[in-house]
Design a protein around this ligand. Structure first.
Ligand code: C2E
Ligand code: MG
Ligand code: MG
Ligand code: MG
Length: 283
């Protein structure tokens, strides 16, 4: 608005806005070098089975450690790398590093649980994707049953049968798919009907208000019931409080993830604080 109204309205921009747009410019121009400059890293967040409090999975979350901006989260650069195609080398690096680390942890005697990697729609649509996965598994030596993928927004998918075929090829290799951010888009149910999905991950917006709004409680209850009818596994993301956890347990949600158990942690801390058998707080 300020821009359109001309020079008399420059005061609409405050320092924070200027700072943000500088940051965004820097992000846009430098993300392409992040991989080669070794500035990308992975954070890991544990997933627990709610009835037993056992560690049952690990989610991989990408970070960019920018020399000036510090840690940059994926939402600040994903749209850019998806547009420029940098998502392909970066996505491959994420897959490889996740598998490498999980294999290393398994070899060191830590629990053998699947590691989940978030994928962009572009990656799953790519005809070379299954080959990439096979190469990564070969090179890292990790068994395919310990790799899972998470997909969220499939709205860009035009040729659905191609994606279904890709997911079926992955399933043949032993790689299962989670529908991330379930409930966030009205097309969520459509996706469930069309794509071979094993798990739904209930979006954190539902978890957040579950104890305070009867609407959210009703919706989440319905999601879980529906999932059970369809033999799908349920995970709730964004669990931050004991109340939310107890509520989800009561609704018989299978698994959970969130700050209440652990924030996403860099590799070394994840090993020390989570894998080293510290009993999760949920017990
Ligand atoms: P997501 O896959 O739905 O991941 C969950 C997000 O919620 C993560 O944000 C995580 O840090 C955050 N989170 C975890 N527990 C809690 C909690 O208790 N409360 C709240 N409020 N938030 C929690 P993050 O790490 O910023 O990632 C954002 C999104 O970026 C992810 O959402 C995922 O869609 C995408 N993403 C992350 N890593 C990758 C990647 O390697 N490749 C691709 N293509 N996308 C990625
Ligand atoms: Mg995810
Ligand atoms: Mg999610
Ligand atoms: Mg998300």
């Amino acid at each position: 608005e300020a821009k359109r109204q001309g020079k008399n309205t420059y005061l609409f921009y405050n320092d924070r806005m200027i700072e943000q747009s500088f940051d965004q410019l820097m992000i846009e121009s430098e993300i392409r070098y992040a991989l080669d400059r070794n500035e990308l890293l992975l954070y890991y967040q544990p997933q627990y089975e709610l009835t037993t409090n056992q560690l049952i999975g690990i989610e991989t979350l990408l970070r960019w450690d920018h020399p000036e901006l510090g840690l940059v989260t994926p939402e600040q650069f994903l749209p850019i790398i998806e547009r420029t195609g940098h998502i392909f080398p970066i996505g491959e690096w994420v897959l490889k590093s996740a598998c490498e680390n999980n294999k290393k942890w398994q070899d060191q005697g830590y629990p053998c649980v699947p590691i989940s990697v978030n994928l962009s729609t572009k990656q799953i649509k790519d005809s070379d994707f299954v080959e990439t996965i096979k190469t990564v598994l070969n090179e890292t030596g990790m068994d395919s049953q310990y790799l899972m993928i998470e997909l969220n927004d499939l709205s860009e998918v035009i040729n659905e049968t191609d994606v279904v075929k890709q997911l079926e090829r992955l399933l043949k290799l032993g790689i299962r798919t989670t529908m991330d951010d379930f409930g966030k888009s009205y097309r969520t149910f459509d996706y469930l009907k069309k794509f071979p999905i094993e798990t739904i991950k209930i979006d954190k917006s539902f978890t957040k208000d579950i104890t305070s709004s009867t609407e959210n409680e009703a919706i989440t209850t319905a999601f879980i019931l529906m999932a059970k009818k369809m033999n799908l596994n349920t995970v709730a993301e964004g669990i931050e409080t004991k109340e939310q956890l107890d509520f989800l347990k009561k609704l018989q949600c299978d698994e959970g993830q969130g700050y209440y158990f652990s924030k996403p942690l860099p590799c070394a801390e994840f090993k020390d604080r989570v894998l080293s058998g510290n009993v999760p707080k949920g017990v």
